[in-house]
Design a protein around this ligand. Structure first.
Ligand code: ADP
Ligand code: ADP
Ligand code: MG
Length: 447
């Protein structure tokens, strides 16, 4: 097992990784920018290294500063968390060159699956259905030609995209020419890569994803699905598992497809295979996230598997500690993302000082966050400041428990998405489980 791990991240995920390390008796190194000297991940780690000024490009995205910090402290591995450098194959390769274990898949797997357009081709080779669309990236004229074949509406997507960025929908040719230009610009500035591809725009699909994990012996195991259709601006707002929208037959087919795809690229460590599911429960691969995901606790609550510890085990060269037949799921789990945003003001970021905090507890309640009373949320990073995760025996009980826990959650001084979650828990569509990826946007524009 690893002895010392550097956590190349901040916020709740840095704390999550530190906690897993502590339970495995791995010593931890936290890194921090000038904006994070008071942060909890810094307080909980065994050693800390300052890596630069607040802008992420000069701190949490600085490969040089991170590798230097690892060398200086003798950390033998780096866990990248999610976001920042987690899906950066150059970073994974640079770790390898510096003789540091990257807690994630190989640089080669990241390269293959991180480019969405290439991932589509690999999915087809692995006999995994994809949304009808372009093979390879396209210029404006090629996109127009392809859209005629696919049929409008179409979706323009950045091949390097992530976090809901670099995506545009086009209803017709003029629309499309503009969408391609805008998506290319956005992709160039966000990811340094302007290539785009096209997909048929599916109307009102569900987003259902499969958690997988692999080890160096070639074992790949899935840990069932997460339903992630409650979205705003193509970003997940809350997630649950099992999915209320798929049959056990479709679950079996989707999990098999996800494992097949992971095996095709000799995938190691944790990853998520994302699918869209239409009304007739046909499913289509959209992308793979080659990292731990924000919503991983949903799967942990449902299966009892600690995914982050398992990541550390397989990164250290051990085999998976369980087999496919050992992975069972029980009850219902839900995650509510608590963002420092004002739902009343078009979700404008709401950084600032937390003047009062009282977090919920009791049976089936897990709070993953990195905030405390008196903490000042810095304006430089992601607005997600915590996650409330609920487990109960049935979906109905989970909803009632979530409602109770959200009422208990008292967070003052900033605006958060807690009122949005409380509202969603009262909506018929959510309560029945019959909602799709367009549902929340419709609700927000119509009310
Ligand atoms: P999930 O929520 O399913 O884990 P997201 O796509 O929402 O996945 O990404 C999680 C975090 O990572 C978000 O903070 C998002 O902004 C960030 N992120 C995702 N993809 C990228 C990327 N390619 N480059 C930089 N940040 C990213
Ligand atoms: P990101 O890398 O930003 O997470 P994804 O490709 O995973 O991008 O898509 C994000 C979301 O956009 C999906 O969860 C879904 O709601 C929507 N989406 C993606 N592709 C399509 C499509 N072809 N048709 C309809 N909606 C889509
Ligand atoms: Mg996605």
């Amino acid at each position: 097992m690893l002895k010392k791990v550097l956590v190349a991240n901040r916020g709740e995920i840095a704390l999550r990784v530190i906690r897993a390390c502590q339970e495995l008796e791995i010593s931890t190194v936290a890194v921090y920018s000038d904006a994070d000297s008071e942060a909890l991940h810094v307080r909980h780690a065994d050693e800390i290294v300052h890596i630069g000024p607040p802008p992420a490009t000069k701190s949490y995205l600085s490969v040089e500063a991170l590798l230097e910090a690892a060398k200086e402290t003798g950390a033998e591995a780096i866990h990248p968390g999610y976001g920042f450098l987690a899906e950066n194959s150059r970073f994974a390769a640079a770790c390898l060159d510096a003789d540091i274990t990257f807690v994630g898949p190989s640089a080669e797997s990241i390269d293959k699956m991180g480019n969405k357009s290439m991932a589509r081709r690999i999915a087809l080779e692995a006999d995994v259905p994809v949304v009808p669309g372009s093979e390879g990236s396209a210029s404006v004229d090629e996109a127009v030609e392809m859209a005629e074949e696919i049929g409008y509406p179409v979706m323009v997507k950045a091949a390097a995209g992530g976090g809901g960025r670099g995506i545009r929908v086009a209803e017709g040719e003029d629309d499309l020419r503009k969408a391609v230009r805008v998506a290319k610009q956005e992709a160039e500035s966000a990811f340094g890569d302007s290539s785009i591809y096209l997909e048929k725009f599916l109307v009102g699909p569900r987003h259902v994803e499969i958690q997988v994990i692999g080890d160096k012996d070639g074992n790949v195991v899935h840990l069932y699905e997460r339903e992630c259709s409650m979205q705003r601006r193509r970003q997940k707002v809350l997630e649950e598992a099992p999915s209320p929208g798929i049959s056990s037959e479709v679950r079996r087919e989707m999990t098999e497809a996800a494992v097949r795809l992971a095996q095709e690229v000799h995938y190691t460590n944790a990853g998520t295979v994302e699918f869209l599911v239409d009304e007739d429960e046909n499913f289509y691969f959209i992308e793979m996230n080659t990292r731990i995901q924000v919503e991983h606790p949903v799967t942990e609550m449902l299966t009892g598997v600690d995914l982050v510890k398992e990541q550390l085990r397989v990164a250290s060269g051990e085999s998976l500690s369980f087999k496919q037949e050992d992975v069972l799921f029980d009850g219902w789990a839900m995650e509510f993302r608590i963002n420092a945003e004002d739902p009343e003001k078009d979700f404008m970021p709401s950084p600032g000082e937390i003047s009062f905090l009282d977090v919920p507890g009791g049976p089936g309640v897990r709070v993953d966050s990195a905030i405390f009373q008196g903490y000042k949320i810095p304006p430089f990073y992601d607005s997600m400041v915590g996650k409330l995760v609920i487990w109960a025996l049935t979906r109905e009980e989970a909803i009632n428990r979530a409602r109770r826990a959200l009422r208990e959650y008292r967070l003052e001084g900033i605006k958060t998405t807690i009122p949005l979650h409380m509202r969603l828990l009262e909506e018929d569509a959510f309560r029945s489980g019959d909602y799709h990826t367009g549902y929340l946007e419709e609700l927000l524009t119509n009310t």
